[in-house]
Write a protein that binds this ligand. Structure first.
Ligand SMILES: *Cc1c(COP(=O)(O)O)cnc(C)c1O
Length: 731
């Protein structure tokens, strides 16, 4: 029996003295100050219950919420709701979590010990209340560090702090995307200054030929993982540089290289100042690859190594993950920008400008080639990986010319398929149901496939009921959001009134939420508008769609796609069948993946490196209906969802698009819809529910971030740290 089993859970009598009130206020604040709370439904529900309306208005930010209470008023509210025990328990659970090291890490990651993995990413999507992410890459980084925390992998994370984050989206009357950047209320974020070993605040600087850029270092706690965020908003900087880190992917290529200089080179310097000696450097995407150059400089400067030796040693410790299957998606900088920003570091490395440029070129001496961050990442890492099996093939082909003497199979890029953090994405309603049938010992954190097999024991009726409760919540959410969108646009009262009855909880609901990049082909369903009408308005078997997603501010065609979909609300055939929810973020994503029946994904193969939103849908019982691209190409087995197309592409994109659209309509009409509406004598769609169970049992553990991080540990981190080596999967 451990300590927690014998600690009494009753609470001492509470007097209304300031002391007790302050004590509970402090405990709530402590809970709010580590993002551990964001994947613990009992803590989220506790915060929400304090004031549900304000909770929503404040964007689910517990620090902002608590700031609205005095300790006395909070104590009053806690007494009213009888929350004392729950707060005590949550507080104790968090501290037990933070002060323990999981068995998994003791067994599997011992070598990393005091030399942690340094995980670099330009965005981190941990929770909607901390807007320092734009989309999939950020959410992946967030999920990665949460699972590293869960497994106990020694890891610190490094990124940038953006005080305006990414834009907020709303649509004007014509359905055109408007972008708005809002200042984040920094004092309401769970941030503290990062301190060096003497307890002083840290400021680092990076030299360019045109001046020095300073950055302070902020610390955000994500469970057991420390996330260090560099912020250039300092008086020492020029006005231009103070704003350098204010927006994610803002500005031009010069802003971009300066951001990447600060996060990469500055990130390594920050670790040094913190007294952290990483054993492994993990570059999540090419953005941070300048970090390797600073590590080389450290090795030369501190250990007296030659440039070549330092380079070899750095590469041995570097893991590089590429996410972009399209050549245009990779950062490239011209010779002038490189010299301006890397010149001083290059001098310290003792190499020529051409040598430096060569590190980012496929043909090192080709003066016409710009400097590519992905090439730098590939050249300076011994462990490079793509993010799905298919993306591995694509990446090896794409970068084959970097290794002219090797065959495609010998190109040293493996793959580790992405995964999602189950506790963050599985609804607590589903989790509760699972615990009831699989036992209290069942844990969402399990990467043991056998533990998920028992899903088939869950009562189909209860599973269906739970799913439908979540679907009703999604529809309530959609109505509220669409109503708000109409009010903001100043629509007529009758229009706003109609949003109360928008959508129908009884009918097959298909969700589509992601970035509106054109390769994701969000408008494919509009290819045959009459057929779509017949499908949506079939009197016995109707179908409805919920769309959401942002287009990059410079992506005009992407915005046109949004406009086409949003404006369907003016077409009486679709007004009540197809809705667009503005401002896709983690909150909207969570509602969608938890409430829809089907998750649709129809990118142009093979452009989707992995995709992760479909994995989130799996955890809540939604069935994937997707092109065989990214993760779905390796996940679909004929029983656990639906496939669009046969996993082939024509050289002519137009032909591919037409074929895929035809398949989408056929599968929808002939497989998805009939299966959903085929019910037994109790009104249950038993075949559909069986498919939901196959989806859970075959996919949930495989595409979990715990499995992903475990793979990184075995195939990359341990060998890079000089531990046991284990081949990266290549095929
Ligand atoms: C999961 C997620 C994504 C990534 O979705 P994909 O299907 O991989 O494109 C993007 N944005 C948000 C807010 C997400 O939660």
């Amino acid at each position: 029996m451990n300590q927690s089993d014998i600690t009494p859970t009753f609470s001492i009598p509470y007097t209304k003295t300031g002391m007790t009130a302050q004590g509970f206020y402090d405990k709530c604040m402590a809970l709010a100050s580590n993002l551990w709370w964001s994947w613990h439904p009992e803590v989220i529900n506790m915060f929400r219950s304090l004031d549900p309306i304000r909770w929503r208005h404040l964007g689910h930010n517990p620090i902002a919420l608590l700031q609205e209470f005095t300790p006395e008023r909070l104590e009053h509210r806690i007494s009213e709701l009888v929350l004392h025990t729950r707060i005590d328990q949550s507080y104790r659970r968090m501290n037990e979590y933070l002060n323990s090291r999981p068995l998994w890490a003791k067994k599997n990651a011992g070598v990393l010990g005091s030399q942690p993995v340094a995980y670099f990413s330009l965005e981190f999507g941990v929770h909607e209340s901390v807007p320092i992410y734009s989309g999939g890459l950020g959410v992946l980084s967030g999920d990665h560090i949460k699972s590293a925390s869960g497994l106990g992998v020694p890891l610190v994370a490094i990124g940038l702090f953006y005080d305006q984050g990414y834009f907020k989206q709303h649509l004007d009357m014509s359905g055109w995307q408007q972008e708005e950047y809002l200042d984040t209320m920094v004092e309401f974020l769970p941030l503290e200054p990062a301190l060096d070993q003497a307890g002083n605040k840290i400021t680092i600087s990076v030299d360019t030929q045109t001046g020095r850029i300073y950055a302070k270092v902020r610390l955000m706690k994500v469970g057991r993982v420390n996330l260090y965020l560099l912020d250039t908003d300092l008086e020492e900087n020029s006005p231009e540089d103070r704003e350098l880190t204010s927006r994610l992917y803002g500005g031009n290529n010069r802003t971009r290289i300066r951001q990447e200089l600060v996060s990469g080179v500055g990130g390594v310097k920050a670790l040094k100042a913190l007294g952290i000696t990483p054993g492994v450097y993990h570059l999540n995407e090419g953005h941070n690859a300048f970090a390797t150059l600073e590590v080389i400089r450290e090795r030369m400067h501190e250990d007296g190594k030659s440039f070549e030796d330092a380079l070899r040693e750095t590469a041995q410790r570097t893991v590089f993950t590429t996410h972009t299957p399209v050549p245009a998606g990779h950062d490239r900088f011209d010779s002038g920008l490189m010299e301006e920003h890397l010149g001083p570091l290059r001098d310290q490395l003792g190499i020529s400008h051409e040598q430096l440029m060569g590190l980012g070129r496929v043909e090192p001496y080709n003066p016409d080639e710009t400097f590519c961050m992905t090439v730098l990442g590939l050249k300076l890492s011994r462990y490079a990986n793509a993010v799905s099996s298919l993306h591995g093939d694509v990446s090896r082909r794409m970068w084959a010319h970097l290794w002219p003497h090797r065959t495609e199979e010998e190109i040293p890029i493996g793959h580790i398929t992405n995964g999602v953090h189950i506790p963050s994405w599985m609804s607590w309603q589903m989790k509760t149901l699972f615990e009831r049938y699989l036992g209290q010992n069942w844990t969402q954190e399990s990467i043991d496939p056998n533990e998920w097999l028992d899903v088939h024991n869950i009562d189909p009726g209860e599973l269906w009921e739970t799913h439908n409760a979540l679907k009703t919540m999604l529809i309530t959410f959609a109505r509220r959001r669409v109503s708000r969108q109409c009010r903001r646009r100043g629509e007529a009262d009758e229009v706003i009134e109609q949003t109360r009855n928008l959508l129908d909880p009884q009918i097959l609901t298909i969700g589509f939420g992601r970035r509106f990049a054109t390769y994701k082909r969000a408008t494919m369903l509009l290819d045959d508008i009459n057929r779509l009408d017949r499908i949506c308005n079939n009197p016995e078997k109707p179908v409805q769609f919920i769309f959401s997603g942002k287009a990059h501010p410079a992506d005009h065609p992407g915005k046109e796609y949004i406009q086409q979909i949003a404006n369907l609300r003016q077409d009486p055939r679709f007004a009540n069948r197809i809705v667009f929810i503005e401002d896709y973020d983690i909150n909207v994503a969570r509602h969608l993946v938890q409430g829809v029946d089907v998750w649709l994904n129809n990118p142009r193969r093979p452009h989707e490196a992995s995709g992760t939103s479909g994995m989130k849908a799996v955890l809540n019982g939604a069935l994937n209906f997707s092109i065989l691209d990214g993760w779905w190409a390796e996940a679909y087995d004929g029983t656990n969802g639906f496939a669009i197309g046969k996993g082939t592409t024509h050289v002519d994109d137009n032909v591919t698009d037409r074929r895929d659209a035809a398949s989408l309509f056929d599968v929808l009409e002939h497989q998805v819809v009939p299966l959903y509406y085929k019910v037994d004598e109790h009104g249950l769609p038993v075949d559909w529910i069986r498919r939901m169970m196959f989806s859970f049992s075959t996919l949930a553990w495989r595409f979990s971030a715990h499995r992903m991080v475990a793979d990184y540990v075995h195939h990359a981190y341990l060998p890079a740290a000089g531990g046991v080596s284990c081949e990266m999967p290549m095929h």
